[in-house]
Design a protein around this ligand. Structure first.
Ligand SMILES: CCCCCCCCCCCCC/C=C/[C@@H](O)[C@H](COP(=O)(O)O)NC(=O)CCCCCCCCCCCCCCC
Ligand SMILES: Nc1ncnc2c1ncn2[C@@H]1O[C@H](COP(=O)(O)OP(=O)(O)O)[C@@H](O)[C@H]1O
Ligand SMILES: [Ca+2]
Length: 523
């Protein structure tokens, strides 16, 4: 098929100027008909020529009153003009603005031939209907209490109008309680009706939807999620994220911005990005899936504290951050991990994952990918010590970043070179160090300096890891991995210069939710 072959080519009017408009299978272009003359008059070409990829056209439709925005000066002339050229159609398309931000722009073409106008609308729409990756029907969940509690307004004012323009039909559910979306997806929703699910909320809401979809898929295929070695079946539905939460790192790290209109446009044009998902188990009990930050120690304590301050909105993280920083706790335990092998780079290589990323490309099908992962080393029996690395130590933080975790707070993220879909997570171990050093490390998340370039920080790209807190083993009984009830004796030692208090256990925060066990296995 010749992508360059013209499907339509006409002289139409754009505002008061005559333009040559050409549509082929991949591009719509228009340029001033008398371009040669204008060019010699010194006007830049960009001023009178443009093109739009067909795959970035949002919609095309008849414009009834030919109502472009015109200047007051030209109003009279415009009136005469619209009597001469009364038929018009408008093309809405994606316009890239600054920093990965997209906007919906429009251009209206006029002519004096109704049939020609209809033909343009029809042929352009025919081309759009060939784009099979675009969703037509979406199931939308809105968390009205995420972030600054603006989810509903953001959806209604910024997103719904663009979806409507693109002819997408939606079923919208405003959640009434936590886990409403998860449970609805898991058991009730008729998923055959939809081409995708849209999450309006933060990372916690995304996590609900992810759990709903992944669990539903496993149930439908008879896979037991509690089995740590179960071969999970990938989901056939995509999740679109409209950011309306506190951190929004899943959106920021995949799209490059946390902007509702940008997300809506990515959804409309059918963009898709595969994403690594970690499963977290405590022995044979499935706990949760994680896609962003799985953190023990500093982030676990921060999250435990911030849960009590939800009413503060996103600011709860700063307040709890300062409090947790001042506590300066460390935790003793053993981290074991299976390093990633092959051409997967390493967390210090400074090669960022971008669209078309070499490492995330050419992935085998999810099934092969899985067997490739469950694999070579993995054949060794359960205690598989062979290629596992084991590190015992005292840690201020143990973090697993499955994606970069870039967010407005930290634009390069927790692990700037982490990949979105390479089947690995970046395990960051921050050993016991002085408060000042830990502060330096934290601060480097917000500037250009390398947060891994400290003697007390080590980082590994891994396929699997496990953590065993020290006291669990010593205390030997089954339920010792239950979180310690720290309420009432959470230490804040402002006065001491070398505070080195160590509570027995911290908690894991898993994409912003707390886990009920400290001993975990992750793959
Ligand atoms: C001195 C400044 C230090 C700034 C350190 C910034 C580190 C930022 C790393 C961000 C990683 C974010 C990973 C995202 C995880 C989210 O999935 C998850 C859920 O998101 P949701 O609320 O939208 O549902 N969010 C989180 O786990 C929240 C992480 C919160 C990070 C806030 C860190 C603030 C630290 C402030 C330390 C202050 C030290 C002050 C010393 C005087
Ligand atoms: N209607 C609701 N009422 C209360 N909590 C909800 C509701 N809907 C979702 N949640 C829960 O709110 C939590 C936070 O949601 P999220 O959208 O991630 O906001 P934030 O980024 O501010 O944490 C999630 O754990 C989610 O399960
Ligand atoms: Ca990854």
């Amino acid at each position: 098929m010749d992508k360059q072959a013209k499907l339509l080519s006409s002289r139409l009017f754009l505002k008061l100027r005559q333009v040559e408009v050409v549509l082929n299978r991949s591009v719509l272009t228009w340029r001033e008909a008398d371009k040669e003359r204008k060019r010699s008059s010194g006007i830049s070409e960009a001023a009178h020529g443009r093109s739009v990829q067909v795959c970035e056209i949002v919609a095309v439709g008849r414009t009834e009153d030919g109502d472009d925005k015109r200047t007051r000066k030209s109003r009279k002339e415009a009136k005469r003009h619209s009597q001469l050229y009364p038929y018009a159609f408008t093309v809405s398309f994606v316009m890239r603005t600054r920093q990965h931000q997209w906007r919906c722009s429009e251009v209206t073409f006029h002519c004096n031939d109704q049939e020609l106008c209809n033909q343009w609308v029809r042929v352009t729409n025919e081309q759009l209907s060939l784009l099979t990756n675009r969703p037509k029907s979406l199931l939308v969940y809105i968390n009205p209490f995420g972030g600054k509690r603006c989810g509903k307004r953001i959806y209604e004012q910024k997103v719904a109008p663009v979806f409507r323009r693109a002819g997408i039909s939606t079923d919208v559910i405003v959640t009434e309680h936590a886990n409403h979306a998860r449970d609805h997806l898991k058991t009730e929703a008729n998923l055959d009706k939809y081409d995708g699910v849209v999450c309006v909320g933060g990372d916690g809401m995304f996590s609900e939807i992810l759990h709903g979809l992944v669990s539903r898929t496993q149930t439908d295929h008879g896979v037991d999620e509690n089995q740590p070695d179960a071969e999970l079946v990938s989901c056939s539905l995509r999740i679109g994220i409209i950011p309306a939460g506190s951190t929004d790192c899943v959106c920021f790290a995949t799209v490059g911005a946390n902007d509702p209109v940008t997300s809506a446009l990515h959804i409309i044009v059918g963009d898709s990005q595969p994403m690594d998902v970690c499963s977290v188990h405590h022995d044979d009990i499935f706990l949760r899936y994680s896609v962003s930050l799985l953190g023990y120690g500093f982030y676990g304590d921060l999250m435990t504290d911030s849960e009590r301050k939800r009413w503060l909105g996103p600011a709860r993280y700063d307040l709890s951050g300062v409090k947790t920083f001042l506590s300066h706790n460390y935790y003793e335990g053993t981290v074991s991990f299976l390093p990633a092998e092959g051409n997967l780079g390493n967390p210090k290589d400074k090669l960022q994952c971008r669209s078309g990323c070499r490492i995330c490309q050419h992935k085998p099908s999810s099934k092969d990918q899985h067997s490739e992962m469950s694999d070579k080393k993995e054949k060794s029996p359960k205690g598989d010590s062979g290629d596992w690395n084991v590190i015992h130590g005292k840690f201020i933080a143990i973090n697993a970043a499955t994606m970069s975790c870039a967010c407005p707070r930290s634009p390069k993220g927790m692990s700037p070179s982490a990949h979105l879909a390479d089947g690995t997570t970046d395990l960051i171990l921050v050993r016991k160090c002085s408060r000042l050093n830990f502060f330096r490390h934290l601060l480097r998340h917000t500037n250009r300096n390398d947060q891994f370039d400290h003697s007390f920080v080590e980082v590994h790209r891994v396929r699997k890891f496990r953590f065993q807190p020290k006291h669990h083993r010593l205390d030997s009984l089954e339920d010792l991995s239950e979180p310690l009830q720290k309420k009432g004796f959470s230490p804040i030692c402002l006065a001491q210069t070398t505070c080195s208090y160590s509570a027995a256990h911290s908690s894991w925060t898993c994409d912003g939710e707390l886990l009920p066990h400290a001993a975990i296995q992750v793959r």
